[in-house]
Each structure stands twice: as C-alpha cells, then as structure tokens.
Ligand binder design. Sequence first.
Ligand code: PLP
Length: 397
Amino acid sequence: MNMKDSTKSIWGGEEKSLIGGATQVPIVSSVVFGYDNVEEWSDVIEGKKSGYVYGRYNNPTVEAFEEKVRVLEGAEAAVSFTTGMAAINDTMFALLSPGDRIVSVKDTYGGTNRLFLDILPRFGIEVALCETHDHEEIEAEINKGCKLLYLETPTNPTMKINDISRLSKAAHNVGALVVVDNTVATPINQKPLKLGADLVVHSATKYLGGHADALGGVLCGLKDIVDKVYEYRMITGAPLDPTAAYSLIRGMKTLQIRIEKQNKNALAVANYLQTEPLVEKVFYPGLEDDSEHALAKKQMSGFGGMLSFSLKGGLETVYEFLPKLKHAHLAANLGAVETTIGPVHTTSHAECTLEERLAMGIPEGLVRYSTGIEDAEDLIDDLKQAFKHIENTVGVK
Ligand SMILES: *Cc1c(COP(=O)(O)O)cnc(C)c1O
C-alpha cells in the first residue's frame, strides 16, 4: 500500500498489536526474554528464527520505533541508539578502519565536528572537511578517493544546503557510501534515500520525538550496512531504552502535522525578522532571496522549522534580548513543540571555540530559533515586544 507520510507516522510499526490487543505499543521493560526449550532459544540466537533474547540486542518497543522511522524514510532497515551522537559514532566505528578516509563539510553539528576533528583521526581515519557551500571542493575531495561521504543538510545553525543527489553521484563513482544527517529536515521535508543517499541518521531527540522528553538516535538505509552497525552496537552497547522508545513513538504520531505547522511558523517568523532593524541577517532557506532557496526547493518538500538570525551589536545584544522573550525557552534544544532559542556558543556549537566558529562562518551575534507549534502571530508579537524592550538599552540601531 502506498501510504502518505501522515498515515505512516501513525501506523508505521504499529500494524500488529504486541500484547492482548493493546492499541498502543506497550513499554516492554524486561531485559531478558525466556524460552520453553533450548532449541528455539538457539534458533533465535543463530538468526534462524526472529525473537528476543536480551535487551542489549533488541526489544519489541524499540523495534516498533525503528520500524516507524524505517517506513517514513523509505529504508530497507533501521537500528536505534541511546542518542543521536551514539548513532553517528557507532556508524563511523562500525564501517571504518584505520587508513580509511571520510569527506564531509565544516558545518556539521558540533558533536559530529568533534568526532571528525579529535576522535576519528586518533584511530588513523583521515577526515577532509570542506567548505559547506563549495560543491566543487567537495567533489574534488571525493575524487581523491574516500570510503564515506557524510552530509548534514540543512546545516545547524546557518541553514546551508548541500545537493544530496549531485554529491551522492560523485561519491558512488568512487565506491563511497553516503550518510546524511536528516535531523533538521525530518523525513516529512526531505527523503535523502530517494535523492541517492545510502544511509540516514537522526537525532530522534529533536523533531522525531518532538516533545523534548526523550533522548534517542536512529540509523536507517541499506540492510547489509545497517546490520553491520547493529552488530557493532549489540557488542558495544548503546541500545535505545524502551521507555524512551515509547515517548518517541508517541511523539512521532503527530510528526507530519507538527512539521507542517513548524514550516509555516518558521517562514512567518523569518519574514518578520527581515523587517526588524536590530536584525543583521536572517538565515532561512524558505526565504526567496536566501542564497540556499533554489537548492532547498529542488530537494525539500518543506523548508523546516528552524532558522537563525544575527543581531546587530553581537553577543551584548544577544544577552539583552533573549531573556525578554516570553514564549521561547532559552535552551539547547530544537524541534520541540515549544519554541526554543539560544546563542550558538551554548547550543549546536558549544563544543567549538570562538575561532573555530568564526572559521565556520558563524557570527558571534547569531541565535538559533527553533519554532514550536504555537500561533505564528503570538510568536511574532513576542519577538516584537522583546525588540522594543532593548531598543533603548543596546547602543546600535
Ligand atoms: C542534536 C543533534 C545531533 C546529536 O543528537 P543527540 O541526540 O543530542 O546525541 C546530531 N545531529 C544534529 C543535526 C543535531 O541537531
């Protein structure tokens, strides 16, 4: 059946009930699963039969979550993790060996950037980080030979876009795998596997869960590759907790309607911010005059709920402005039903130094604004009153 995304968000992984006709996926907290005889137990261990053995390997609640993501991304297989960073880390360590080379961009999520700069090189893995905007440079680095191309688009927080199908072709020409972090876009706005990527990773903590009450990560894509990462995770031990899986499943049921609203809210807020004298620049690919608009339009079906903007007067203005907002949590999260806001040095790039952030093209006065599902007019009114408050206190205008 060719289901649409809203139907997949509801029914994915939930087509059969787990216990006694329950209409909701139960939290199976048992860490072990028993058998009546040793033959059956052995068959499950050897993979001849499907079943559960031990919570570090798999769990029915966790599998329902993985299945929901698998269906939404249109993947062959999915495996989940304690966090998004565990998903990214385990994917790298399961697939790469000393001497291998990765090509990626400078603008990836702060934690991913640290993995690339500090951790993987210690294991003899070479990482080439290109200017995010420069597709020619990325292609040239790919053509030197690499095992893996790692993209994150749109990037967090400056909302730059990379052309997934163009770069996937280049990577496949040299036999490399393509991994895309789809956290910011979500499968509602972008389907990397359809555009040519082999694997998709998510911080499920963000939009997939959507309620900022559960940590989680997931990898999906080609079955033989996902299986390899699953085996690595099974041994090294970062499985998603069943209670977190339950929260993520519950959150995902409203994914499609949340994203639809967040796309609209972000565009409305971005349009408003462009008229605000204290705002230096707005970064949102949904704006028609944004440098990323054309490419975003080509590969995304919606422009997302996240935007960023730089304030005149830099950090001083940021410190004044943020606490004046009534309807935005000052917090290091994105993708929740509530609007959150934060300066970049305490959120996505807390792991980086000021020099590293400036080298990435992240201005000091940049704030990340993740729109929730509140009313757009209320959000704009809130921003207006906060700007009014600081007009006279900050010495720019
Ligand atoms: C938050 C985030 C991650 C890391 O996810 P955690 O669940 O916090 O470990 C990775 N990529 C992106 C784009 C993120 O926003």
